[in-house]
Write a protein that binds this ligand. Structure first.
Ligand SMILES: Cc1ncc(COP(=O)(O)O)c(C=O)c1O
Length: 361
């Protein structure tokens, strides 16, 4: 079996050992005679699987008891709507920092529910960087402040979260970097992330929400859209995505075995540094994001001679490198280096880029 070097932006690479474990357990989960997919979500066996997944995620990210962990469906995109439905008060206003296509979408969905203020934006610079602290115009009376920690499309990442004014809950879309590094959870009112980049397969969305915020949603809010209902039922109000949650739990165990979130951050930094060093070595390749704001997760770059990009991508595909085509709004290449992308794959990509330069430079 040949495994691809998968640099896709998501769904993305999963750890091989987790896939092998899932294959071993596929038909008979620990003597039950059933696949995890066949277990009732109300059975003690399945409840144990979900509790273990939550426990491992809590341990890895040091999530305090003040925050509930929810396993929901609908992707990060549904969170663009659930966040304002639950947190934006009638007559209130929410602050959004725009750093890319996903934060713009989040703001646009919030605008359907109420007043949105743009507290900062780097759109005029094609989202090549993250706004500096002094460029933010934060409303001390906002119902919350929303930002996107890692910008999957533009290849930028916040080094430190914006300092929300006192009593303004910080809300973050961490779809493309949750579990890739330690996070100071207590600084956040709410964090959400689709699992399909660093946490597991598509189908489950993780929400970490401060319990004190659960009462804010209006009484009449539809049950399925209220965090309160999911928290009260421990994500079992309706049938949860059992198989995706099981895999998320196995990915957490894999992260723990590698040393946890801090070890993962170090490994991810090393992978990114290797690729950025190659890009910066000369003018053949060029990074698209401002160096101080570069993402450790999504490395976006172009060729000085853009006419060669199609050729590079075709050759890369033939050589077993998958998912390197940049998003159409940036062009060029994007290598996503999520947790499960092995350092050896990044080293192989660097060799390939060296070789391409030797032949075409
Ligand atoms: C930062 C970010 N937010 C939101 C989304 C949308 O996620 P989903 O497809 O799970 O709705 C993505 C998907 O790539 C993303 O990268």
């Amino acid at each position: 079996m040949t495994r691809a070097h998968n640099f896709g932006a998501g769904p993305a690479a999963l750890p091989l050992s987790v896939l092998e474990e899932a294959r071993r357990e596929l038909l008979d989960w620990r003597g039950t005679g059933m696949s995890v997919m066949e277990l009732s979500h109300r059975s003690p066996v399945y409840e144990g699987i979900q509790e273990e997944a939550e426990r491992s995620l809590r341990q890895l990210l040091a999530i305090p008891e003040s925050h509930a962990v929810l396993f929901l469906q609908g992707g990060a995109s549904l969170q663009f709507t659930m966040v304002p439905l639950n947190l934006l008060r009638t007559g209130g206003s929410a602050d959004y920092v725009l750093t890319g296509a996903w934060s713009k979408k989040a703001a646009a969905e919030a605008r359907r529910q109420g007043t949105v203020r743009i507290a900062g934006s780097t759109e005029a610079e094609s989202f090549r960087r993250i706004p500096r602290a002094e460029e933010l115009d934060l409303d001390p009376g906002a119902d919350y402040l929303h930002f996107t920690t890692n910008n999957t499309i533009f290849g930028t990442q916040w080094r430190r979260e914006p300092a929300a004014p006192e009593r303004v809950p910080l809300v973050a879309d961490m779809s493309s970097d949750l579990l890739s590094r330690p996070v100071a959870i207590d600084r956040y009112g709410l964090i959400y992330a689709g699992a399909q980049k660093n946490l597991g397969p598509a189908g489950v969305t993780v929400v970490v929400v401060e319990r004190d915020l659960l009462g804010r949603a209006p009484e009449g809010l539809a049950t399925m859209l209220a965090y309160r209902a999911h928290a009260a039922e421990r994500s079992m109000y309706n049938t949860p995505p059992t198989w995706a949650i099981y895999l998320l739990g196995r990915v957490c165990a894999w992260v723990a075995a590698l040393g946890g979130a801090a070890a993962m951050a170090e490994r991810n930094e090393q992978k990114a540094a290797l690729l950025y060093q190659r890009i910066d070595r000369n003018d053949f390749y060029r990074g698209t994001a401002e160096p101080a704001c570069r993402s450790r997760m999504n490395v976006t770059f172009r060729l000085a001679d853009e006419g060669l990009e199609r050729e590079l991508l075709a050759e890369a595909e033939r050589a077993g490198f998958v998912g390197l085509k940049g998003h159409r709004s940036v062009g060029g290449m994007r290598a996503s280096l999520y947790n499960a992308v092995e350092p050896a794959s990044v080293a192989a990509l660097v060799d390939f880029l060296d070789d391409f330069e030797r032949r075409r430079g």
